[in-house]
Design a protein around this ligand. Sequence first.
Ligand SMILES: Nc1ncnc2c1ncn2[C@@H]1O[C@H](COP(=O)(O)OP(=O)(O)O)[C@@H](O)[C@H]1O
Ligand SMILES: [Mg+2]
Length: 363
Amino acid sequence: MLANPMTIAQLKIHDFRNIDFADISPSSTFNFIIGDNGSGKTSFLEAIYMLGHGRAFRHLLSSRIIQHNKSELILFSKIIAPNQQTHTVGLSKARSGDNKIKIDNDEGYKLAELAKLLPMQLITPEGFDLLTGGPKYRRAFIDWGCFHHYPEFISLWNTLRRLLKQRNALLKNTIHYNQVLPWDKELVPVANKVSQIREDYIAQIRPEIIKTSHDFLPEYSLECQFYSGWDSSTDYATLLVDNFERDKLLNYTSVGPHKADLRLKIGNTPIEALFSRGQLKLLMCALRLAQGEFYAEQLNQSCLYLIDDFASELDLSKRTLLAKRLKSTGSQVFITAVDQEQIQAMVDENDKIFYIKSGIISA
Ligand SMILES: Nc1ncnc2c1ncn2[C@@H]1O[C@H](COP(=O)(O)OP(=O)(O)O)[C@@H](O)[C@H]1O
Ligand SMILES: [Mg+2]
């Protein structure tokens, strides 16, 4: 059974990178955005991403995202929620630093509320970081799931960040461990809870990840293991005491949930040492799809898929495989491509094709 869809029914973009103005009504199925290099395809996906995250995915500086010579960018969308209710989401970012989020015309919403309303999976050519980059990329992957599947996670995660920041600041001026102890008494239970949730999430999604990776790369068997950020046979409180002298020198808490990772291997070989770029792309897609499908199955609502440069690194058979799998989710999907030929075979009746040229989008 297909999960209830979440759909962007209308999208307006003002002064976002090279897109002056756009007002489009996407299809609830596949949307293709075709254009030459530099035409604004990635910018278009970034605008959608920003609606659900409050920031773009390439540059974090809003001054880079607001169109040159403009004072602010504005995004607006009409969303049909899985329960069929319609919501409006508006977001603006000004050079002055003034940011606004409006949901159903009310201000004062937080980013977490946007993210709940607009869950999405992003697949870009830079997304190999998920496999070959540092642990922070895989932590973000784990925490996406924890955020959506465990309502208590966000506040634990925020508390954890605050406590670690305070602890690190305190380490600078500390002589005896006793001075840090009150912080650690708060930190330890929060760290344990965050870690338990992550472990639980990974235990649940792990079979899905392994199965999807096998569907995409049948000749390999992936191993996927959660690492909490410290040796799990040791009590975190004890580790904090044992590492105190070192942490003091570093002004930094060297072990803890902020070091968590998802360790991916094929046998004993790390993935980046074994896989071609095409295989890396397939594995990255497998992870994102497994996560999106697990979300849909558990919460009975679908998430969006944003796929930049769909064809890069993939031959026709792999493109077909991926397209078929995406279609089977019943989700709304946005796909960019340089050439219509690359996607022609996957266009169905209800899908829409948009063309983009120098930031101007036409249906
Ligand atoms: N803040 C900005 N204002 C205006 N144009 C921008 C801004 N940031 C980037 N651009 C331009 O937008 C164009 C589109 O970039 P991009 O979306 O990456 O294209 P594509 O993905 O189609 O190759 C580029 O030519 C880039 O120079
Ligand atoms: Mg691009």
